[in-house]
Design a protein around this ligand. Structure first.
Ligand code: F6R
Length: 242
């Protein structure tokens, strides 16, 4: 495990985008696993800048998002489809047909999860999986539980996850109660995992996740078993590692 702590957000964003850009420069057909939420926004901004400066092209890249809310149509302002378009896809040359996000509006969520896993299998392996971290230790929307699921599946969001994400909606009642998420098996199968964590409110959970006992009650502890884990922390989140 390779932990880097940054004194300011801009340095962290540039480092994160640099890792992704270098991979795509070396491997134009890279398969990227993407996250949403507040954490990767600044990194996506830097990726767009790199693309605009002609340093990188995403023409041959394939992407798979970690998750999507159940019950929001793709064009809902808070769907992860909309998020990805706003923050990344509308600003780079990634062909829409190569960008995969689970369809949270599918009539049959189980069938949709199977379809997503088939797409993942066809892509063989994610080269670089970007992850944020939930306050309760979730990765993707794999919430703490006494067992975890390996493949893509529907999940009921924990109250703390809905509370954390209420900042993007006009009220907590509008935050979906369920999501579709890539499973931990798929996440751990990625060649390299890039975990990004920011903020004092995540200092304790990221420390427990990376140094505490491995437990399904903190899904991110499973990342300790991954042979190529790169962790980018801001100074606040990295406080307990100093
Ligand atoms: C997002 C995702 C989640 C978030 C996590 C942190 O696609 O899978 O695991 O990464 O909830 O969210 P933020 O970055 O908003 O603090």
């Amino acid at each position: 495990m390779n932990i880097h702590i940054f004194q300011n957000q801009q340095e962290l964003n540039e480092a994160g985008a640099g890792i992704i850009t270098s991979l795509v420069q070396m491997q134009p057909k890279a398969v990227l696993g993407l996250a949403t939420g507040g954490t990767p926004v600044g990194i996506y901004e830097e990726l767009v800048k790199a693309y605009e400066k002609g340093r990188v092209s995403f023409k041959a890249v394939t992407t798979f998002n970690l998750d999507e809310y159940v019950g929001l149509p793709a064009d809902h302002p808070e769907s992860y489809h909309t998020y990805m378009k706003q923050h990344l896809f509308d600003h780079i040359d990634l062909p829409a047909s190569q960008a995969h996000i689970p369809n949270g509006y599918a009539a049959d969520p189980d069938a949709e999860c199977q379809r997503y896993d088939q797409e993942l299998e066809a892509a063989k392996q994610i080269d670089l999986q970007i992850l944020g971290l939930g306050h309760n230790g979730h990765i993707g929307f794999n919430e703490p539980d006494d067992s975890l699921i390996s493949s893509t599946h529907p999940v009921e969001l924990k109250p703390e996850t809905r509370e954390a994400n209420a900042r993007f909606f006009s009220s907590i009642d509008e935050v979906p109660t369920h999501a579709l998420t890539m499973g931990v098996g798929t996440i751990l199968k990625a060649k390299t995992i890039l975990l990004i964590v920011r903020g004092a409110d995540k200092a304790e959970i990221v420390h427990r996740a990376l140094t505490g006992p491995i437990t399904t009650e903190i899904p991110a502890t499973l990342l300790q078993t991954h042979p190529h884990l790169v962790v980018l922390l801001d100074a606040e989140a990295g406080r307990l590692f100093e």
